[in-house]
Ligand binder design. Structure first.
Ligand code: SF4
Ligand code: SF4
Ligand code: SF4
Length: 479
């Protein structure tokens, strides 16, 4: 049941229970006394009464806030690890793990055009070719392959590789406390990439870059012998040396979402996105939580619902996900900016999801897409359409949950299993929902407004429930 000593991250001997970690947590923002209580509950392993375990989106801010460097975030992961060993893999985790037939990565492909499917195939095949320099498209670009259809990446085109089975280099497994699996995925990544003779690896995804540079080497002792940079660094360099010419300053007011887990690379906050925005003529207005205390996009709102009393109930998972995504979108809307810039394709996909569900007018772009516009190119911008595709895959999964007699039976996780594909019944249903969601029955002003009103009401009610739960948990004192 217990972790190997080298996968224990929390340093209890350094912790003086000052509570600063959970006072500074952007999700909890607890008063001092409550924060002190919460760290004690977490140390005692009191999972049922721990507000942290039932709320935490595993963003890692508390680690950077801790003056003693005791690693409280590591303790959250350790506690999740213990629980999932007792409870197994909850049904809704099928959605995110690529080795599950219901996974969102391969199932969303059913709704893609031939152009996107062949791009994904090309990137996977390219992974077998030795190269000194590669651009890794990243786990979440399996959902948005079209973003790489740009002349700006022409120079890197032969070196673009994808990896649809690596769970974001172990990031998703790590974030939900599957620590042994994250370690095994890190080792698989080492095997896969060291065989390619890489000297420099560019990452589309900030979180994958931080797995290579920070998490895998520092937490799991898995080192890589190549240099890692963000694709946005490569873009910024080309803007600086004029290889990418700005022919059209955008003159837009934007707000920037900072990635939660990848906010630090090599111990520093990367500021590339803001510099890119300045060069293409965008003015950045900051959200209430940004930079070192930025809220996660909300996708990780699924994490606390995978454990404890609500584990296995997809309604909790979906409601917590929606309210958590909406929180970030609302912060962005409150800035008055009309454009939300997200450096990570994952955040882009999920924030687009809540955008379409709430009928928000906020425009969501990756930095690359805005640079394309400044360079006189029109990006293949179909995040809204893809959001409805992902909703079709989600609808199928929720239906399966209701009809499955095995919905409460935990499952083991086998990361080395080959990628499964959906069976024909799932394929038919997903295609049907895809058609329905793109049809005029849904895509008309009245229905969209009704959906938005219903989603906002559900979120409002769920937040009342969460507030009540928070008060109850905080009133449980440490014994
Ligand atoms: S983990 Fe750090 S910040 Fe949190 S209570 Fe312990 S010493 Fe304080
Ligand atoms: S990991 Fe993030 S959400 Fe979780 S307790 Fe720490 S700061 Fe809060
Ligand atoms: S996709 Fe969301 S949860 Fe994942 S790293 Fe980005 S901000 Fe965090």
């Amino acid at each position: 049941m217990s972790l190997e000593p080298d996968l224990r991250f929390f340093k209890e001997d350094l912790c003086d229970c000052c509570g600063i970690c959970f006072q500074r947590c952007p999700v909890l923002e607890l008063p001092e006394n409550e924060a002190k209580q919460e760290i004690k509950k977490l140390i005692n392993g009191d999972a049922d009464n721990s507000l942290v375990l039932q709320t935490c989106v595993t963003c890692n801010i508390c680690d950077f806030a801790c003056p003693q460097h005791a690693n409280p975030y590591g303790l959250v992961l350790e506690r999740h690890n213990e629980t999932r060993k007792k409870q197994g893999l909850p049904f809704m985790a099928k959605f995110i793990f690529p080795n599950e037939p219901e996974n969102m990565w391969t199932n969303t492909r059913l709704l893609m055009g031939e152009d996107e499917r062949s791009l994904l195939h090309f990137w996977e095949e390219n992974l077998k070719n030795p190269r000194e320099e590669v651009l890794l498209t990243g786990f979440y670009n399996n959902l948005l392959p079209y973003v790489a259809q740009t002349s700006l990446l022409e120079e890197l085109k032969p070196s673009i590789v994808g990896s649809d089975s690596m769970f974001g280099m172990g990031e998703d497994a790590y974030r939900i406390g599957f620590l042994e699996e994250a370690q095994r995925l890190g080792m698989l990544a080492k095997q896969k990439f060291s065989g390619m003779g890489i000297k420099k690896l560019y990452c589309f995804m900030v979180v994958e870059a931080s797995m290579f540079t920070d998490v895998l080497p520092k937490k799991f002792g898995i080192d890589f012998d190549f240099k890692v940079e963000l694709l946005d660094d490569w873009i910024l360099d080309r803007l600086k040396d004029g290889k990418i010419k700005v022919v059209n300053k955008l003159n837009r007011e934007v707000t920037v979402h900072d990635n939660c887990c990848g906010r630090y690379m090599n111990g520093k906050l990367p500021d590339t996105t803001r510099e890119i925005m300045e060069r293409i003529g965008c003015k950045v207005t900051e959200m209430r939580h940004s930079g070192e205390n930025a809220l996660c996009c909300g996708w990780a709102g699924t994490v606390p619902t995978l454990f404890g009393a609500t584990s296995g109930n997809p309604l909790h998972t979906l409601l917590n996900l929606m309210q958590s995504l909406y929180l970030r979108l609302q912060e962005a809307e409150a800035t008055g900016a009309k454009v939300l810039v997200v450096p990570c394709p994952g955040c882009c996909a999920f924030l687009s999801l809540i955008k379409v569900l709430t009928n928000s007018k906020m425009e969501i772009y990756l930095p690359l897409e805005l640079v394309q516009m400044a360079a006189g190119e029109t990006p293949v911008h179909k995040h809204d359409q893809r959001a409805w595709d992902i909703l079709a895959v989600t609808t199928n999964l929720v239906l399966k949950w209701f009809s499955s007699p095995k919905r409460f039976i935990p499952r083991p996780i086998d990361i080395e299993k080959p990628l499964p594909r959906a069976g024909w019944v799932d394929q038919t249903r997903i295609k049907y929902f895809g058609k329905l969601y793109h049809s005029i029955l849904i895509q008309n002003t009245v229905t969209r407004r009704i959906i938005a009103a219903a989603v906002k009401t559900m979120i409002k009610r769920y937040r009342v429930y969460l507030e009540k739960k928070k008060r109850n948990l905080l009133s449980q004192k440490v014994v």
